[in-house]
Design a binder for this molecule. Structure first.
Ligand SMILES: [Zn+2]
Length: 295
């Protein structure tokens, strides 16, 4: 149940010049008045609020004709209350995040059921630009799909920048999720170090440095793009990078000594990275305690 207060006329914290919001005037049948945090009055029908929401007062809640004070501003309430009137509801397409975010919060706080799903759908479109806010909303109000998508956008962020903002019960799952990602790069670097039969020291060092750079990449989109760009193709195979002194009379012999499989090793490394990244379970599985790390 959301915290709803009835504000008496003598409430000195309220603006002196309340004015009725143009979208919600007093008409025949309106029997409830709500005031926004910035002093706009919304005239509503209790019967609609009772039928479509979980937390707004129904007929049994007597306000003695006084105004109910809410903590949200008028622009948020004006959108929210469109979901509790018998009319076509707003699609919220193109709504800026700075308004969508508090609207979604209010929809869940007051249990305006018809607004909750559409707000979730619209928030899904903002997970790349606002991953932290959308994930926190999903965690707070239990939207696993929103959490899964937003967490992907945060997967490469430094651990401490995330856990400082998480609810306590999410910290251990996030550390495990972060560790699952870390293992990908650790395992690939280990296999580069151990597999010394197919590439020379120059190629191995270069490969390890490249994987370390990938690990430090801030976003999943950039990470995937870097791997794709470096994946050898038949027209652009990976060549050994060992330096050859072209001025030396022995350069042709040195060329023969260069490693033979840098292309195959690079293809295998890129494929392993892509497979392991795809295999990381969504964060929601770590929340459920299913720690199925990629192989
Ligand atoms: Zn080489």
């Amino acid at each position: 149940m959301a915290d709803i207060t009835v504000a008496g006329p003598s409430n000195s914290n309220q603006p002196l010049l309340d004015k009725t919001h143009e979208g919600f005037p007093e008409t025949n049948g309106t029997d409830l008045v709500i005031r926004s945090s910035d002093g706009f009055l919304f005239h509503l029908h209790r019967k609609y609020l009772e039928a479509t929401t979980g937390s707004f007062p129904g007929p049994e809640f007597d306000t003695h004709g006084e105004v109910i004070q809410l903590s949200e501003p008028a622009d948020v309430l004006a959108l929210l209350f469109q979901f509790v009137t018998p009319a076509r509801q707003p699609h919220l397409r193109g709504l800026r995040f700075s308004l969508l975010d508090p609207l979604a919060e209010a929809a869940n706080k007051y249990e305006v059921f018809s607004a909750m799903n559409i707000c979730e759908n619209r928030l899904m479109e903002h997970t790349s630009a606002y991953p932290r806010q959308t994930m926190m909303h999903g965690l707070k109000h239990d939207y696993p799909l929103l959490v899964a998508r937003a967490s992907l956008s945060l997967a490469r962020a430094p651990l401490l920048t995330i856990i400082d903002h998480l609810p306590v019960h999410c910290i251990t799952p996030w550390i495990e999720y972060h560790e699952a990602w870390k293992c990908i790069f650790k395992d690939v670097i280990n296999s580069c170090i151990k597999d010394n039969a197919h590439i020379c020291e120059n190629c191995r060092s270069s490969l390890i440095l490249w994987v370390m750079d990938l690990e430090a990449t801030a976003t999943l989109a950039t990470l995937s793009s870097k791997i794709t760009q470096q994946t050898p193709t038949p027209s652009q195979p990976r060549a050994c990078i060992a330096p050859v002194d072209r001025t030396s009379p022995y350069s042709s012999i040195l060329t023969l000594s260069r490693c033979k499989q840098p292309n195959e090793v690079m293809i295998l490394t890129c494929r392993t990275l892509q497979d392991r990244i795809k295999a990381v379970p969504p964060f929601s599985q770590f929340m459920k305690g299913k720690r199925q790390r990629g192989t």
